[in-house]
Design a protein around this ligand. Structure first.
Ligand code: SF4
Length: 447
């Protein structure tokens, strides 16, 4: 790993980082690689170590010829949550690192880029594809890199439930789809006159969606939904969370038996939340916040965290908010950050250069807690062999079709099976999903 100093003790607090992140970017077993990627994985695993002096020359052997071949038409992208290794590699080769909103805009902002290669989760690549021009192709280095929050809100789970709600409430119901959804759900938002939102603009977008007393179906994250409802002053009893999708595992009937509080609560609600969540952001507890506060640290968290954590923290906001906060903190500041582990590790490295201490909220150095900050494991399925293989196969003109990302694609994260829409269905989906994305942009820009 490139984080040679990851387990070094902080000078002033004496608090040591966990030497390794649980669920961090580790070498995936070979059976996680598609057949086309196995030769690259075998070479990578045979390298004597993972030090930059070893990995970079190996990677250069594949990346440099691809850069020479595609020139300025190639764009490499990664999300902040990728392990530091991939983030640094993408930066080394002139690529961009961003949050999901900024990633989504990359194709539109760079029409000269025709081959866009993303190391992040699938919905992020699909959002780029939805907004891309016809002559821009989007590729993901590992199509099985899904988002677990999105995996609990697949179209076959949500759409039949949404149909029942539309039947019951008609035009009164409007869907707001968090960026962490497939294009199929973004299209649902567009079809119902709703919008996409991000964690930085969810409050604005939901407030807009409630216009004329409309009822909001918020998908997929129950915690962002609940935090947003609280910010907008909605009473708890006017917010209904649908059943846990880990239990239902598919569509379910909207009736008194299944809906918490029954149909009366649903009819009286202002906001209906899909029950998904992010495992990385739900490890946090109010006790974590209290511990850091008691030791003189400020706490800031991502709003995918539970409401009681967000309300206890000194601030909450998107990935971009947290990054800016760390980068602008004055020397001597001590910040415990509640979000994805690789992001905190990257932020910690940058902050240390400016005399700012950063810790992961769950890394409480007290054995009574027994918790540790974790990384987004599925995002980390994009590793150096996938990046090397993707670029090499693209250069040779033999990229696997499964790595191409088209709007409306649905990938089974376990088997890799791909369900791809036909051209007419895709065009319809793009029109609806674009409408939802454009509604968000309009709401934000007109504020
Ligand atoms: S951190 Fe959570 S919400 Fe973000 S991509 Fe990973 S699983 Fe999805």
């Amino acid at each position: 790993m490139l984080h040679a100093d990851a387990d070094r003790a902080l000078p002033s607090s004496g608090i040591a980082l966990q030497p390794e992140l649980p669920l961090c970017q580790t070498d995936l077993p070979l059976d996680w690689y598609q057949a086309e990627f196995k030769p690259y994985a075998e070479e990578y695993l045979a390298l004597p170590d993972r030090k930059p002096g070893t990995v970079l020359p190996w990677l250069d052997g594949y990346v440099q010829p691809a850069l020479d071949h595609f020139g300025n038409s190639l764009l490499l992208l990664a999300h902040y949550y990728m392990g530091g290794e991939i983030v640094k590699l993408v930066e080394r080769y002139g690529g961009g690192i961003a949050d999901s909103y900024a990633l989504a805009l990359q194709a539109v902002r760079h029409p000269e880029k025709k081959v866009i290669v993303e190391s992040a989760v699938h919905f992020m690549a699909e959002s780029i594809a939805i907004l891309a021009n016809d002559d821009q192709a989007v590729w993901i280095t590992n199509p099985k890199a899904g988002c677990t929050m999105e995996m609990l809100a697949k179209d076959y789970m949500v759409l039949p439930v949404a149909e029942q709600l539309i039947e019951r409430y008609g035009d009164e119901l409007v869907c707001v789809a968090y960026m962490n959804t497939s294009g199929r759900l973004k299209a649902l938002a567009g079809r119902t006159g709703g919008a996409v939102c991000t964690s930085s603009n969810a409050t604005q977008v939901v407030d807009w969606a409630r216009r004329d007393g409309k009822k909001v179906l918020f998908v997929p994250d129950q915690h962002l939904g609940r935090n947003t409802a609280a910010k907008l002053g909605m009473a708890d009893e006017r917010v209904v969370c649908l059943p846990d999708p880990q239990v239902t595992r598919g569509a379910f009937p909207i009736d008194d038996r299944v809906v918490p509080g029954g149909l009366a609560a649903l009819d009286a609600s202002e906001m209906i939340l899909w029950g998904s969540f992010c495992g990385v952001h739900t490890v946090f507890t109010p006790q974590h916040v209290d511990w850091w506060h008691a030791h003189g640290w400020q706490v800031h968290v991502h709003p995918e965290s539970p409401r009681e954590v967000v309300e206890r923290a000194d601030g909450s906001g998107s990935t971009a908010y947290l990054w800016k906060l760390v980068m602008e903190a004055p020397r001597g500041a001590k910040l415990a950050i509640g979000t994805e582990g690789h992001f905190v590790r990257n932020a910690r490295e940058q902050a240390a250069l400016r005399g700012v201490e950063v810790m992961h909220l769950a890394d409480v150095p007290d054995p009574a807690f027994g918790t540790a900050g974790c990384g987004c494991a599925t995002m980390s399925r994009n590793d150096p062999p996938h990046l090397a293989g993707m670029l090499d196969l693209l250069r040779k003109g033999t990229p696997p079709a499964a790595n191409r990302v088209l709007a409306g694609d649905s990938v089974d994260e376990r088997s890799g099976a791909l369900d791809r829409l036909d051209e007419a269905e895709r065009r319809e989906l793009v029109a609806d999903a674009k409408r939802a994305l454009e509604a968000m942009i309009e709401v934000v820009e007109s504020a």
